[in-house]
Design a binder for this molecule. Structure first.
Ligand SMILES: CC(C)(COP(=O)(O)OP(=O)(O)OC[C@H]1O[C@@H](n2cnc3c(N)ncnc32)[C@H](O)[C@@H]1OP(=O)(O)O)[C@@H](O)C(=O)NCCC(=O)NCCS
Length: 302
């Protein structure tokens, strides 16, 4: 499971800047230190660490005006590229921008990353000046609005949200919202206030429900991706609560945890799907749900 964190300690910042230098400056023979600029103190930094605490991905956001923010210094380690980590970092930075009511994001993209930013919803708005390394860059922009908060398949996500509210009305009462779908990760968020228990923390049953629904949603979207359809039911579920939720309930299902037999479904047989949903309180891990679902083929209409 990949988790985007905010570097906080001196050691984390050291790793973060060294990685930025290694990825974006060293190949062009620029010295250590050249990777930093005057905006570091007022910027928002995000990174993803591996199980051995090595840096896998980084990115930065700073505000040009109260309405415009700039994404810079995105990098993913060479052996981790193509797994969705770049998109996860961009999504986290966009989350910060949305929170601050920014309406426009800009980035000055190298030719080699144009397609990456295009896939995150950015469009070329003109040429930008060449950077320190002499590489030509293009100015790319993205207007932020409610629909493009969900990067991939916004229509499917909107339909899934409506399906939940329509068929499981309690999910609306709980304030469960599909927050982000990147193709590899589905994140839902819930209202703490609507799910509070007598200890002023989130009711354990609500946490379970949010996790079950997140796993269900991930399977639903994976079926859509594959052009398949089926009735999804939960056969078995277990949850470990690590700490009470007191701030922002979040549930994330990453594709790497999904073990499926969708090929059976394509042949008209019911198929099992096992997956894991990680629960967070803001950025803090708060629990893990493991679920075993079945997907039953939908009878074809005659
Ligand atoms: C550019 C970079 C950050 C992308 O990170 P990544 O983790 O490999 O990208 P993701 O796996 O999140 O890919 C997201 C999407 O971008 C597309 N994409 C990523 N790199 C691409 C490339 N070089 N060419 C075409 N498409 C690319 C992926 O196909 C994927 O599309 P999809 O979601 O529609 O399937 C990474 O390749 C990198 O660190 N490059 C070197 C440093 C760099 O150039 N940074 C940018 C500075 S401006």
């Amino acid at each position: 499971m990949y988790r985007v964190i905010t570097p906080e300690t001196e050691e984390e910042f050291e790793k973060y800047f060294t990685f930025r230098w290694q990825m974006l400056r060293k190949p062009w023979n620029y010295p250590l230190g050249s990777e930093r600029d005057e905006y570091e103190q007022v910027s928002h930094h995000r990174m993803i660490l591996g199980p051995d605490k090595s840096v896998l991905a980084i990115g930065r956001l700073h505000f040009n005006t109260s309405e415009e923010a700039q994404i810079r210094h995105i990098a993913v380690s060479a052996n981790q590229q193509g797994k969705g980590l770049g998109k996860l970092i961009v999504s986290a930075l966009e989350g910060v921008a949305r929170h601050e009511n920014v309406v426009r994001l800009v980035t000055s993209s190298r030719e080699s990353s144009l397609e990456f930013f295009a896939s995150c919803g950015y469009s070329v708005a003109g040429e930008s000046s060449a950077d320190l390394t002499g590489l030509q860059r293009q100015l790319m922009t993205k207007q932020l609005n409610e629909l493009n908060a969900i990067m991939l398949h916004p229509k499917w996500c909107k339909a899934l949200q409506a399906l939940w509210y329509d068929t499981i009305p309690i999910s609306e009462q709980m304030g469960i919202k599909l927050f982000q779908y990147s193709g590899r990760t589905l994140e839902t968020r819930a209202s703490l206030v609507k799910n509070m228990n007598l200890h002023d923390t989130m009711f354990a049953g609500s946490i379970y429900s949010q996790a079950v629904l997140t796993g269900w949603g991930m399977i639903h979207l994976q079926l859509m991706e594959k052009g398949l359809a089926g009735e999804i039911t939960l056969a078995e579920g277990s949850i470990k609560y690590a700490k009470p939720i007191t701030k922002s309930p979040r549930a994330l299902c990453n594709i790497e945890s999904v073990q499926d037999r969708f090929s059976w479904l394509a042949k008209g047989k019911k198929c099992p799907v096992k997956l894991q949903v990680d629960i967070f309180d803001g950025d803090d891990p708060a629990g893990v749900f493991k679920g075993e679902y079945w997907v039953v083929p939908v009878a074809k209409e005659s």
